[in-house]
Design a binder for this molecule. Structure first.
Ligand code: C2E
Ligand code: CA
Ligand code: CA
Length: 715
């Protein structure tokens, strides 16, 4: 065997000097992991092969010694192979070939060819490098790359990258970036901003980029890009791409998002949050927004009237014609109001059937209050024409509470509260009108509030007392009963009349506790009177709502030992106005106990006569307003006469309240009224006095009572 110096230069092996023996060299060749062989360029036969060749191609040494270079190639490579050998261009530079393994597998290899000599004859050394894995890896990389390219290309957000070491030229600009900016990628890539955008935009972008590069920071910018017929809103986030090895960043990446729709949605959401869905008017949120800081005294010349408008009997429409009609009504109201208002006026729907209007006015105009009054009146006039609900005309009014800022308040909460009070006062007065707010309204509310607090203490401190007023029969001239009338012995205000606190007690619900006490106390007191004298106790409609009313009456009777027939309960028609079925049932239950039921204040309500059919009352008490003018007003006399006939027809006792004069008494007796009660026949008095009164007048004649009445001048 011999050496095979490459290129025939036997002496040019600087690294393989002795002690590197030929044996070592052979070992290196045969055991080298890379396949290598020597072949004869003429016969193309293999001359010498290393072990890696057998392993790689799958042939044995024996097989290969009989094979030629062509046998390890697919046929289509023959020609190129032969041409390469012939042209001798296979040497010196690597070539890519397809080789054929023993198992038929075709692999890609790179061969490095070198001229050599073998046994004194020219030979060629070939070193084979398997390309399959490298190719696979490369394929994978290129696949990944194309995946990434595809991804970036198809991302719904615009992506661009600029090379900041190359004057900020664009190296990447995806499709979304193109469609957002309207610039083609081909026009952008490779150019810096000042060759793409106008001077103003470009210099702005360059400044931003400089800032980002200098501070290695992130910048979020929102831009408006004018396109043909609309403006696009774009959000761009720019930042550096961190470099490896701690070097300064070179690239700048930008992410671009079209936020036109997002902003439109945001605008829509803001609109819906600020507007009432039904009428499209500004809602309460918008109203607070609009009025914030509006009324401060600093804007001296400009005042604002706040008109708090409430649709009359809206609940009635809703309940009777239905919610759809109610909605339609509100929309028509909203349209009518907006149609009337001037651009400087502001209207909002605060909820339900409540609307608020802000009407600016000139404070230097001395007649501004009248002007506002006219404005409010015009608003109520808008409701004179009917609304059209379900095709039929419907007349609906409105009531308005008016406050004037800054006089009636400088913040919206105070103004709204005061407007509410004015509205409340207007409604109590008469619907379909407007009322200005007055300080007295607030004082009354505050007084009510104080009273409500004090009533609880009063209950605990036993501050309530009962007065009794005698009721006389006009046929027997005897006392038939006494009405229990509540008084409040207030620690500072003295004796307080029921009209001053009962409405508050009713509002707060404490009337139930107070009423229970009244009933128990009245029964206990009545036990001390002669058996023929009844006790009349007033019941509030609110008491009918509390479940235990029946039991309360029973236990008051049991506790005191008073026979049920000596108790009379006085109710007003309000009891029959609401929750009629339940309340009528309760009245029958009470009647079953044996107590009698009187209708109080007869004639003051809406349909007193109707109620006489609902429940068979034992007594009608005609209101004192009919008695007071009995001599002068013929109509009052007519009513008195009518009640007398009613009483006899229905077999109901009739009682006249508020008898203050001898004349009234005589008249009532002449008209054959059943009973009388009034200051003339006996003022309300405490229990002890009542006992004395009864004792002194047990057999007395009513018509002779005049001389005694002065002594009982206690209310
Ligand atoms: P009412 O039931 O109509 O009671 C009659 C009222 O007329 C009493 O007023 C009585 O003092 C007054 N009065 C009687 N005779 C005359 C008269 O000749 N001239 C005038 N001007 N007034 C006369 P009072 O005691 O102030 O009670 C007012 C109202 O308070 C009562 O009206 C009743 O509705 C209510 N009330 C009184 N006590 C109670 C009670 O214990 N419970 C409930 N729920 N209400 C009560
Ligand atoms: Ca009464
Ligand atoms: Ca009465």
């Amino acid at each position: 065997m011999t050496t095979f110096p490459v290129n025939g230069q036997t002496d040019s092996w600087p690294y393989f000097q002795a002690p590197f023996s030929e044996n070592d060299f052979r070992l290196l060749f045969t055991q080298h992991p890379i396949p290598m062989w020597l072949y004869d360029p003429v016969s193309l036969k293999f001359l010498l092969m290393n072990d890696a060749v057998f392993q790689f191609y799958g042939y044995s040494a024996e097989q290969m010694s009989k094979m030629t270079m062509l046998d390890i190639r697919p046929e289509y490579e023959y020609e190129r192979m032969l041409a390469a050998i012939h042209a001798e261009n296979d040497f010196g530079k690597p070539q890519i070939w397809k080789h054929l393994k023993a198992n038929g597998e075709i692999v890609e290899v790179i061969t490095y060819g070198r001229r050599a000599t073998f046994n004194g004859k020219p030979a060629i050394l070939a070193i084979i490098q398997d390309q399959t894995e490298i190719r696979q890896a490369r394929d994978e990389i290129s696949q990944t790359r194309s995946l990434l390219d595809n991804l970036i290309k198809n991302l719904p957000i615009g992506v661009f990258v600029k090379d900041m070491k190359d004057n900020g030229r664009y190296v990447l600009f995806n499709e979304a970036a193109s469609s957002i900016t309207g610039k083609e990628a081909a026009h952008v890539i490779g150019k810096p901003d000042d060759q793409i955008f106008n001077e103003k935009d470009a210099s702005c972008f360059i400044r931003q980029d400089q800032h980002i590069m200098d501070n290695d920071s992130t910048l979020t910018i929102e831009n408006e890009i004018p396109l043909h017929n609309y403006t696009r809103h774009v959000r761009v986030v720019k930042r550096t791409i961190p470099a490896q090895n701690g070097e300064r960043p070179r690239y700048l990446i930008g992410l671009m998002e079209d936020i036109t729709e997002e902003q439109a949605l945001q605008a829509h959401l803001t609109y819906t949050a600020m507007h009432d869905a039904l009428t499209n008017l500004p809602n309460r949120v918008y109203f607070s927004h609009h009025t914030a800081g509006l009324f401060s005294a600093e804007k001296t010349q400009q005042g604002h009237a706040l008109l708090f408008l409430d649709v009359d009997h809206f609940k009635h429409i809703n309940d009777s014609i239905g919610h759809a009609a109610g909605d339609a009504l509100l929309c028509q109201v909203a349209r009518r109001l907006t149609g009337f208002l001037q651009p400087q006026d502001f209207i909002a729907r605060l909820g339900g059937d409540e609307f608020a209007i802000i009407h600016p006015f000139d404070m230097s105009n001395p007649d501004h209050r009248q002007e506002i009054g006219r404005f409010a009146e015009e608003l109520t006039d808008l409701f004179r024409q009917p609304f059209h609900l379900d095709g039929s005309p419907e007349y609906v009014g409105c009531t308005i509470g008016v406050v004037i800022a800054p006089y009636d308040g400088q913040d919206i909460d105070t103004l709204l509260r005061n407007a509410d009070l004015a509205l409340y006062a207007a409604k109590a007065d008469r619907r379909g009108i407007y009322r200005f707010y007055e300080q007295a309204m607030r004082d009354a509310v505050e007084k009510r509030h104080r009273t409500a607090l004090e009533l609880h203490a009063a209950m605990q401190n036993n501050e309530f007392v009962l007065f009794y007023q005698p009721i006389f029969s006009l046929t027997t001239d005897l006392i038939t009963g006494c009405e229990a009338l509540l008084r409040w012995q207030h620690p500072t205000r003295g004796l307080v009349a029921p009209d001053d606190f009962i409405p508050v007690a009713e509002d707060t619900g404490i009337i139930s506790a107070i009423g229970a006490w009244v009933l128990r106390q009245a029964c206990k007191d009545a036990i001390h009177w002669p058996e023929k004298i009844k006790v009349s106790v007033n019941l509030s409609p609110v008491q009918f709502n509390s479940r235990g009313m029946l039991d309360m009456v029973k236990s008051a009777l049991e506790e005191s030992g008073l026979p049920a027939k000596r108790l009379e309960l006085e109710i007003t028609e309000t009891v029959l106005l609401s929750n009629t079925e339940h309340n009528t049932e309760l009245l029958f239950e009470l009647r079953k106990l044996g107590v009698s039921i009187a209708m109080d204040d007869f004639g003051t309500g809406y349909s007193s006569l109707n109620y006489l059919r609902t429940f068979p009352f034992d007594k009608i008490k005609i209101d004192r307003s009919f008695v007071s003018d009995i001599d002068n007003d013929k109509r009052n006399l007519a009513i008195i006469q009518a009640v007398v006939s009613l009483g006899s027809a229905f077999n109901i006792v009739t009682t006249a309240e508020g008898v203050e004069t001898q004349e009234q008494l005589t008249r009532l007796k002449d008209e054959q009224f059943g009973e009388v009660q009034g200051f003339f026949t006996g003022r309300p008095m405490p229990q002890q006095e009542m006992c004395d009164f009864i004792a002194s007048r047990d057999i007395g004649n009513v018509l002779n009572l005049k001389k005694h009445s002065k002594n009982n001048a206690v209310k």
